[in-house]
Design a protein around this ligand. Sequence first.
Ligand code: ZN
Length: 111
Amino acid sequence: MENPGSIPDAVGKCPICGAPIVIEGIDACELGDEGHWLPAEVSITCSTEPDVDAADWREWLDGHFSMPYVDWLPLTNRVLSWLRMPAQRERVEAISGPFEESVSLNGDVAG
Ligand SMILES: [Zn+2]
């Protein structure tokens, strides 16, 4: 997988400038019916976002996130629905790591 955080144009593009959008992180997961972890909260941003320390970051933020609930909430929900599809399971694990392993007990028997 090239970059697990990249989001196909078909799912959504930046509502402000039309650039590709990217996943910043998966903030919460829930256990689905089939025993797989599903993303419950995701953060997305525009791929043009400058580094937070950059001089133009504040200006970028004002331009891109002046109305986050109008511009970004519907898009965030669309990305979340897409990420919850079984076809995106590998991507979710690539971003968040394999949840199952972190909670399961090690059943290996020595010898
Ligand atoms: Zn943008």
